[in-house]
Design a binder for this molecule. Structure first.
Ligand code: PMP
Length: 417
């Protein structure tokens, strides 16, 4: 894979920041968009913009075709059928949609099949100690609303999940197992097959956060066996404000709606309404049409490069980063497990606050993220409140990594520690 050649599609990368060539290592927060994504959105707005479905005019029909083609393309990217993909505004909304839908099932809303999703006091929701807040707080809220109990699979020091503990925790009372495919702090690819097998053995629903895997690994959600999964467009070369919720058809069909209103109904009277089948049942209101079309262009771009190649390239960058970081005195990697991973590392710099380290790197043109990366409990697990995270994407080069390592080696000397 020729990352240097791909960069021509990402003009934003070709600039100087603070007198240095920009080294963008913050793709886990948001990725940059290639020209074909910008072109697809622009072309839609310039030539075809209209509200979708039910329009009697030509532009509405064109917009509907482009929107539904985008659904098929993005669904295909994760191995799904078009009606298994619900548009959302991002992963956070997707996870809230699931949690609120199950909450609605728990108070008796929905079709008869929804009863199978209902939680009762004492039922258990299992998540992990390494989740992004988006895959933690919605479950805390759902537990509070239903009387369910929230439990957590702990992590080992190397950042891998403790599967022996998981086998103890996932039991007869477990109704939901929610876990991330790849942590946005650790970069480790979690053992989906094992977690799905444990959940299935007790009849629990699985919910996977695929935000940090979808842009970096070949992803076939049906073959992974998860019931539901979410991802965010802006982390996978696509626009802000659009994401996907994948669901196994039986599960989506059993789920009551979360948001209600226009575009998700068959009939409405003043006293009640009948709802459309999935995915429209979950798409109340005007959808992010242009962003969905942009996201389809983004996944076509990723597919054009090839996810196997993307993964191998980013893995090479990750290994190079690690080799350099472990040589720098005072740098401690969070989650230094040897197995499968994507191209990101978070680290603590002894004696230097992560924000100071980030500002120093910025003064050298290096863009990284600092803070708890919306995973405060995970940072507490490592005894820190913040870390520095460098995260690569397909457009990063060996030169980027070397410039980052060179600058990182200067952090502690600069601060005199
Ligand atoms: N999960 C993970 C693992 C993430 O990295 C993020 C974004 N940092 C989210 C969920 C939330 O995504 P969004 O803010 O796009 O909804």
């Amino acid at each position: 894979m020729d990352a240097a050649a791909l960069r021509a599609d990402f003009p934003i990368l070709d600039q100087e920041v603070n007198g240095h060539p920009l080294v963008y290592l913050d793709s886990a927060a948001t990725s940059q968009r290639p020209l074909p994504v910008l072109d697809a959105e622009r072309e839609f707005l310039l030539r075809h913009n209209a509200a979708v479905h039910r329009g009697a005019h030509t532009l509405a029909a064109e917009a509907t075709d482009l929107f539904e083609d985008a659904r098929a393309t993005v669904a295909g990217f994760v191995g799904a059928q078009p009606d298994q993909l619900v548009w959302t505004s991002g992963a956070t909304m997707g996870l809230n949609l699931v949690a609120y839908s199950i909450g609605n099932a728990s108070i008796g809303r929905g079709a008869p099949a929804s009863a199978q999703l209902a939680l009762r006091p004492g039922d258990e929701i299992v998540t992990t100690a390494i989740e992004h807040h988006a895959n933690l707080i919605p479950w805390q809220e759902l537990a509070a609303r239903t009387g369910a109990v929230l439990r957590h699979i702990p992590a080992h020091d190397d950042g891998t999940l403790d599967l022996a503990a998981a086998a103890e925790i996932i039991g007869a009372r477990t109704r939901i197992v929610a876990f991330t495919h790849v942590s946005n702090v650790l970069g480790i690819v979690n053992p989906v097959a094992e977690l799905v097998a444990l959940a299935r053995s007790v009849g629990a629903l699985t919910v996977m956060d695929a935000c940090q895997s979808a842009p970096h690994l070949p992803l076939d959600l049906p073959s992974l066996g998860v019931d539901l999964a979410v991802f965010s467009g802006h982390k996978m070369l696509g626009p802000y404000g659009v994401g996907g919720l994948y669901g196994r058809s039986e599960v989506l069909e059993a789920m009551p709606p979360f948001l209600t209103g226009g575009s998700m109904i068959t009939t409405v009277t003043l006293d009640g309404a009948e709802y459309l089948p999935p995915p429209q049942r979950f798409e109340a209101g005007t959808q992010p049409i242009g962003p969905a079309i942009g996201l389809a262009a983004a996944v076509r771009y990723l597919d054009g490069v090839g996810l196997e190649k993307v993964h191998a390239h980013e893995r090479m960058l990750a290994d190079r980063m690690r080799a350099g970081l472990v040589e720098i005195p005072g740098i401690r990697l969070l989650g230094d497990a040897p197995g499968e991973r994507v191209g990101l590392w978070s680290f603590d710099v002894a004696g230097v606050h992560a924000h100071d380290a980030g500002q120093f790197l910025d003064s050298r043109g290096i863009a990284v993220r600092v803070g708890h990366h919306c995973a405060a409990p995970l940072h507490a697990r490592y005894g820190v409140t913040a870390s520095v995270r460098a995260s690569a994407a397909l457009y990063n080069t060996v030169d980027d990594v070397d410039a980052f390592l060179d600058a990182a080696s200067g952090i502690r000397p600069y601060f005199g520690v």
